[in-house]
Design a protein around this ligand. Structure first.
Ligand code: HEC
Length: 223
């Protein structure tokens, strides 16, 4: 079969050409270009990935049958995935940790009964304060990024560590929204309670927590 690199195949007899590829012989007229097949990249791999033929003619019919299911291809894909996974491990969000309790902290300003304190700590403080207790899987990306996003979004809405910095009116309104979301069981977030079973509150716990929050709301901003 004739093959001209500048013009592509001149006969439609591709079967013959495949034979040439398979046999590893040179195509007529492709001398220098085809040499790349031989140098460096093994002929077999170049064929597998369906690389454009070395002559530069990218004729579909020319592409040898790509073998996506070949074991070598699978290995390459797997290796690519492993490398990508390792690479994303290097991008670590900054941790939200400051163990000292500031004076402006809600629990420091208004010490609640032990049970209420515990509920707020296990249920809310990981996302709504300056000190998150990180689970081990926070070290694995992209899980760590996902947690980080929750903490940042949570703190933007409500940061219990700096509760005292708010005006009494704002404090009362934050307490009101806390009561609301607890009552409607919107908080703690459901994704959080999957791994923090102790943050699933019973009716009794919700009642206890909310009556304390209500009393505090009335105390900080009496009408
Ligand atoms: C897993 C992290 C997480 C936990 C735990 C969590 N929150 Fe949130 N919270 C968020 C995020 C994220 C937002 C902002 C996005 C949203 O509204 O869903 C938010 C928003 C809020 C808001 C503002 C929402 C509004 O509609 O006004 C309040 C109030 C709130 N949370 C209270 C609480 C309380 C109270 C608890 C504990 C009982 C709690 N959260 C536990 C992540 C969390």
């Amino acid at each position: 079969m004739e093959f001209d690199c500048s013009r592509g195949p001149v006969t439609p007899d591709y079967a013959g050409e495949r034979n040439v590829l398979a046999g590893g012989r040179r195509w007529r007229g492709c001398g220098g270009a085809l040499a790349t097949f031989g140098g460096g990249v093994s002929r077999a791999s170049a064929v597998e990935v369906g690389a454009p033929l070395a002559c530069g003619t990218q004729n579909r019919a020319h592409r040898p049958r790509v073998a996506p299911r070949s074991p070598r291809m699978k290995k390459k894909i797997l290796l690519g995935l492993v490398l990508a996974f390792l690479a994303v491990q290097l991008v670590r969000p900054e941790k939200n940790i400051s163990p000292a309790t500031p004076k402006t902290d809600l629990l420091a300003l208004h010490p609640p009964p032990a049970e209420v304190k515990r509920l707020l700590q296990v249920g809310c403080y990981d996302c709504h304060s300056d000190n998150t207790r990180y689970p081990w899987y926070a070290e694995i990306q992209p899980l760590g990024w996902w947690l980080d996003q929750h903490v940042r979004d949570g703190k933007r809405e409500l940061n219990l560590s700096s509760f005292g910095e708010l005006s009494p009116k704002r404090q009362a309104s934050k307490l009101e929204s806390m009561i609301d979301v607890i009552e409607r069981r919107e908080m703690p977030l459901e994704s959080y309670t999957i791994t923090h079973r102790d943050a699933i509150f019973t009716e009794a716990q919700i009642k206890e927590l909310n009556s304390w929050l209500e009393a505090l709301r009335d105390k900080v901003a009496p009408e």
